[in-house]
Design a protein around this ligand. Structure first.
Ligand SMILES: [Zn+2]
Length: 238
């Protein structure tokens, strides 16, 4: 009789362990879509997930916010502008080559912005709207149409650059055409093309370029994919 009891208990334990293991597998699957940020700013993922583990491809947009304490390692472009240390040489080389080829009317207007600075700009804009008679709610809504919420701007990442006067005239310049032709060789892509607005949820920004690395940039242009599409494509094809 005692033996029977022991066997029954053992069977129950085995069933319990199988169910527990099955649940863990399910949870791991659920986590696949979320990128985990660690304190050292390295972006880590589950070993067995299909997540993209590449600092050049970090997706920052309205639904992928950087952690508040995110701080990339930066190098200086000049007295006021900084860029990700791992990518700055490609930006500088690109600008140098443009100029040496006669495309001289080009400068990086806006590059890295800290999340704190983004917050400052964001709050200032809200205050401007409030001062012009808008309610707090309206002011926030209007601000969100103009400025990215702190942590959701690629400029917080240190891999984005806005050129020249940050306006639509840039699209008509020969420097813009040069970038469209050659920026991929330096690892840069036009981040918000006109025909991808439905996916990026950002209006076309001819001035805003993002470093993703040469291989990725070329592949994205070849496939005619924006970053959101490309990351999805890589996940599905890995
Ligand atoms: Zn920008």
């Amino acid at each position: 009789m005692k033996k029977v009891v022991v066997v029954v208990i053992l069977i129950i334990c085995v069933i319990f362990l199988i169910i527990k293991n099955f649940r863990n597998v399910k949870n791991t699957e659920k986590m696949d879509n979320s990128v985990v940020y660690e304190n050292n700013n390295e972006i880590k993922t589950d070993d067995n997930s299909s997540e993209i583990n590449d600092w050049k491809l970090v997706l920052v947009n309205y639904e992928n916010e950087l952690p508040k304490d995110f701080e990339p390692e930066l190098s200086s472009i000049d007295k006021t502008r900084k860029f990700d240390s791992r990518a700055i040489e490609y930006l500088m080389q690109m600008l140098q080559d443009m100029k040496s080829q006669g495309y001289r009317n080009i400068w990086p207007q806006s590059t890295y912005r800290s999340i704190a600075r983004q917050e400052e700009i964001f709050n200032k804009k809200i205050q401007t709207y409030i001062a012009s008679g808008k309610s707090k709610e309206e002011a926030e809504k209007l601000t969100l149409q103009k400025i990215n919420k702190p942590g959701t701007s690629e400029h917080n990442l240190g891999l984005a650059v806005d050129f020249n006067n940050v306006d639509y005239n840039f699209e008509k310049s020969k420097e813009y055409n040069w970038l469209m032709e050659n920026a991929e060789n330096y690892g840069f892509i036009l981040r918000y093309p006109r025909d991808k607005k439905d996916i990026t949820k950002v209006d076309c920004e001819p001035w805003h370029w993002r470093y993703v690395g040469e291989e990725n940039a070329k592949k994205m242009n070849e496939l005619n994919m924006c970053l959101e599409e490309y990351i999805k494509y890589l996940k599905e094809n890995n």
